[in-house]
Design a protein around this ligand. Structure first.
Ligand code: UFG
Length: 329
């Protein structure tokens, strides 16, 4: 299948592009390169353009005979979104609508959407099931939930078919060692912790130790980026016209910020200093997925469910690429 990947040169998009190619599909990477990296998608079909550019989208879909879209392009920082909701609703929601209209106009009837655990807000219980209450506590989660609602309306009105994948915390890097996480600036926990043994940071700040969790620090469910990529291949095959299917993607086990730091110490064999700092706005106490639906309906099976192995792959990538792609960051 010819698949257009918006934001396909980003961290998750580049891993999915490679997995798609490995599964016999033809990925077409569509990325502005504002955040993405050309080096991450070498050898793949590539269109440099912005998702806000409806004409460029239509041209890319028509010229490449696109049959399905995987929509990654988005701003992703929950904390930042609290102070900059305009950035999140414009980029994630309004531009999401531009994409849906281009698909409808070009007869592209299938889409997999990068949704997020942030749509649940502060969950009433963990592990979270897809049918649990949707109540985002930050504009990031709200901006993604709006797209899920738009998808439902476009499925009903125009017969498009969708899968929304609600990612929990995506981490790790490709075991081949040549692609991985390279955000600039970096805000995610594991790459920041690994900057300490790399000599790029003196200590890691723990954003709050007074949460309602056993050690007081936030609990998250960490999933390997390659397992997440596999789920996209399965999701593309599961799309049905006129329907929106929704799947959580996580490992079903929660780790606190302190436990993550300990695991990073073990993997790197480095004593990583940590200091408690004020809470970051927009952080729920705990997010842990029930991915039973993805296992049962998509036959999804994670290959790397253990945090230590996930961190080991991240460490391999960061140690060999301390400045990300191209060394220019
Ligand atoms: N944290 C720290 N110190 C840091 C960085 C992070 O203590 O220097 C804490 C955060 O406060 C949070 C946890 O580590 O409690 C994880 O934070 P990340 O920034 O790594 O990830 P988030 O949980 O905020 O968000 C990520 C993705 C979102 C996605 C979400 C789903 O960025 O896109 O996971 O769980 F929606």
């Amino acid at each position: 299948m010819n698949v257009l990947l918006t934001g396909g040169a980003g961290y998750i998009g580049s891993h999915v592009a490679r997995a798609l190619k490995g599964a016999g599909h033809t990925p077409v990477v569509y990325d502005s390169l504002v955040k993405g990296h050309a080096e991450a998608v070498r050898g793949l079909k590539f269109v440099q353009a912005d998702v806000s550019d409806g004409a460029a989208l239509r041209q890319a879909m028509t010229e490449n005979q696109i049959e399905a879209v995987i929509h990654f392009a988005a701003f992703i920082e929950a904390g930042e979104s609290v102070g900059m909701p305009d950035k999140y609703f414009h980029n994630n929601t309004v531009i999401g609508l531009t994409l849906l209209d281009a698909m409808r106009d070009c007869g592209v009837k299938k889409m997999v959407f990068s949704s997020t655990a942030a749509v649940y807000g502060k969950p009433d219980r963990v592990p979270i099931e897809e049918t649990d209450r949707l109540a985002p506590i930050n504009p990031y989660g709200a901006s993604k939930l709006c797209v899920e609602y738009m998808m439902q309306a476009y499925a009903t009105a125009y017969g498009l078919g969708f899968v929304a994948l609600r990612y929990f915390n995506v981490v790790g890097a490709h075991p081949a060692g040549d692609i991985g996480e390279a955000h600039n600036p970096e805000t995610h926990l594991i790459p920041l912790v690994l900057q300490v043994p790399l000599g790029q940071r003196k200590e890691i700040k723990i954003f709050g130790d007074d949460y309602d969790t056993p050690d007081g620090t936030c609990i998250r469910d960490y999933i390997h980026v390659c397992d997440l990529a596999d789920a996209h291949i399965l999701a593309v095959g599961a799309i049905e016209p006129g329907r929106v299917k929704v799947y959580n993607l996580g490992n079903g086990e929660g780790f606190s910020v302190r436990q993550v730091i300990e695991t990073c110490c073990e993997v790197t064999d480095f004593d990583i200093p940590a200091r408690v700092a004020p809470r970051r706005p927009g952080d729920p106490d705990r997010l842990v997925a029930s991915s039973t639906r993805a296992v049962n309906e998509l036959s999804w099976q994670p290959k790397f469910p253990y945090l230590k192995e996930i961190v080991a792959h991240a460490w391999q990538w960061h140690r060999n690429h301390p400045h990300g792609y191209g060394g220019a960051q």
